[in-house]
Design a protein around this ligand. Structure first.
Ligand code: GCB
Length: 606
């Protein structure tokens, strides 16, 4: 079990949460001399910078934008006097890719991994009724033992630059809100649920972890605020009569109020908003509440102008409005777990989410795709780095499930994106990750991973571990694009015919397909990069999907244009967006709107 609670900060009768977002002090440390020079006691020459945000795109000089190495943040944290006697934590939504935290000069925690939260306890060292100095040492270097994978190269000047093995900009910083939290000494540490439906009722099995021995009670309220069920005990089952199920694009959330009680006194109280639904894979179908669903939507990124990968509530809202407008019902959190607020909104809006751990770049080619279709074998998981990488991978699967396990929107876990699967060592590596995921998830959701173009039915050694198969395929773009598109369709169908022999009862979905498109460019007849070609290429893919009954979903790459490392394959970023980076539609968006609004939710159900 994790050392800290993953519960999202709340204010209740027993809890206080203060959001520390704002302007913090910031300084890069190119020489990595900060620790030696005592920057933990205060930064010598800081700039002011917003938290949460990536630091890169605020700056007008290339050195700071491309900065790779150690960077520092600092702020003052006032801890109220009236909080004496409680447990006090700092909770970081994420610091990319790793952090060391100093409080009043003292190192109190380190955390590896840039996309999941962590807490540090400051009860004993906080100065109450006074300001305290919080200093965070961040680092954004990439390696083959940490997630996501990449490397660092050093320029003749001695400056380091990041070499991601993945196709998104290596944004870094304090990307998500930081909270100061006060809980009682005896508090609710964890809560999880799993659901079963019986007739018109639901049976919710729950499990509570607290830090003491007092009684636990659960009160369930419906959306009108009426109490519909009560239970006692840390573990148990709650019957909810005439349950109002959480459905795709028709959400319903109950409030589960968890209390630690000592007689009449409420010691701690925490509320979770929980949608009740089941997920089963059966006969080539993805069943939500026993009903087949066809997935329509996107692979996305947390990416926008100026704030980079920093959580931005406005961008989140706009993205959901666009997804609703276009008729989508699903997205994959490619290629890392997103900000918690995004899952909360997906719960509320009834979107299905494939939650992905940051296991991307497990194929050491620059940008993760140029070598990819060459068929080059790398035996990535046979390298001596594999055991250390796997340790980090398992830990991040654990943290992701601990954080996201109660979300109704999360119906599946994606455990890797486009890894090397051509060597026997992959199977051994994967099995452990897949088993651990099953063991940790109270709801036993389906597990999958996104298969790279060279993971073909005859060569891939890992597809059979997936509960449903997820393909990333770029026929008509990286493979046989432009005037060759006719051959692309033939090659695509040939591969699909081979899958048809293998899939058995499993459904298949597409987790990526599409092509780069300049949202300003029209061309008749089409050429690659024009909006007309994007539509032709997508239409071709859809024709193929429509002719295979076991294909149960299409998540186009990508929702919006996004920033990548610069290079000859990318014109100021990846342009496969159906929307521009500013969240305006390309022409293809209207094609999707028409298609997705006309495809029923149970499209292709047997
Ligand atoms: C992929 C990767 C994704 C890239 C995409 C592309 O297969 O999974 O991260 O951005 O291809 O556009 O090349």
């Amino acid at each position: 079990m994790l050392k800290y609670s993953m519960l999202y900060p709340e204010n209740t009768c027993s809890r206080r949460s203060v959001n520390l977002s704002g302007m913090w002090r910031f300084q890069t440390d190119p020489q990595s001399c900060g620790v030696e020079q005592g920057w933990n006691d205060g930064l010598p020459a800081p700039d002011m910078i917003p938290v949460p945000a990536s630091f890169a795109d605020f700056y007008t000089d290339k050195e700071t934008r491309e900065f790779c190495g150690d960077f520092w943040y600092e702020t003052d944290v006032f801890v109220p006097d009236e909080w004496k006697g409680r447990e006090i934590d700092l909770r970081f939504g994420s610091v990319t890719h790793r952090a060391t935290v100093y409080f009043n000069g003292v190192e109190i925690a380190t955390h590896e991994g840039g996309f999941l939260p962590f807490c540090v306890r400051i009860t004993e060292i906080a100065r109450y009724g006074a300001n305290n100095r919080l200093v965070v040492l961040g680092n954004n270097e990439l390696s083959e033992t940490t997630l996501p994978c990449g490397s660092v190269s050093t320029l003749p000047s001695g400056r380091k630059i990041a070499k991601p093995y993945f196709d998104f900009y290596n944004y870094a910083g304090i990307h998500r809100p930081v909270w100061l939290i006060a809980t009682p000494k005896e508090y609710i540490f964890d809560f999880s649920v799993s659901h079963a439906i019986s007739g018109s009722d639901a049976v919710v099995s729950y499990h509570t972890v607290t830090t003491g021995d007092n009684e636990v009670t659960i009160e369930v309220k419906d959306e009108a605020g009426n109490t519909v069920a009560m239970a006692k005990g840390k573990d148990g089952e709650i019957d909810i009569p005439n349950v109002h199920l959480w459905k795709v694009r028709d959400a319903y959330l109950y409030q589960f109020i968890i209390r630690i009680v000592d007689g009449e006194t409420v010691v701690d109280e925490y509320t979770e908003h929980i949608g009740i639904r089941t997920v089963v894979i059966q006969n080539n179908n993805i069943l939500i509440n026993g009903e087949p669903v066809y997935l329509k939507g996107f692979g996305k990124h947390e990416d926008s102008d100026i704030v980079g990968r920093g959580f931005n509530m406005g961008v989140m809202k706009r993205d959901f409005e666009l997804m609703k407008w276009i008729g989508a019902n699903c997205f994959r959190t490619s290629h890392y777990p997103y900000s918690e607020e995004i899952y909360q909104l997906a719960d509320r809006e009834g979107f299905l989410v494939i939650d992905e751990v940051p296991a991307v770049g497990m194929f050491p080619s620059l940008m993760n795709f140029t070598d990819a279709s060459s068929g080059k074998q790398t035996a990535f998981f046979a390298q001596e780095t594999a055991p250390e990488l796997q340790k980090n991978h398992l830990l991040q699967v654990e943290e992701m499930i601990a954080r996201d396990k109660n979300h109704a929107c999360v119906f599946a876990w994606s455990l890797l994106n486009e890894p090397d699967t051509l060597d026997e060592s992959s199977t051994v590596y994967f099995e452990k990750i897949f088993d651990r995921c099953r063991e940790l998830d109270p709801q036993k959701r389906p597990r999958t991973f996104a298969l790279l173009m060279n993971s073909t039915p005859d060569k891939c050694k890992c597809w059979q571990l997936s509960d449903f198969i997820s393909l990333n395929r770029y026929f008509g773009w990286y493979v046989l694009g432009g005037a060759d598109i006719e051959s692309a369709e033939i090659a695509f169908r040939k591969e699909m015919d081979a899958w048809a022999q293998l899939v058995g009862d499993r459904p298949m979905i597409f987790t990526e397909y599409g092509g780069d498109t300049n949202g300003q460019m029209d061309k008749l007849p089409s050429v690659m990069w024009s909006q007309e070609y994007q539509i032709e290429c997508l239409d071709m893919c859809h024709r193929v999907f429509d002719s295979y009954p076991f294909v149960k979903g299409e998540l186009v790459w990508n929702f919006a244009d996004f920033q990548t490392t610069e290079g000859i394959m990318r014109m100021d970023g990846n342009k496969k967006g159906i929307f521009t980076r500013q969240r305006q539609p390309k022409r293809a968006a209207f094609t999707f709107k028409q298609r997705w609004e006309s495809l029923p939710l149970d499209y292709k159900a047997k």
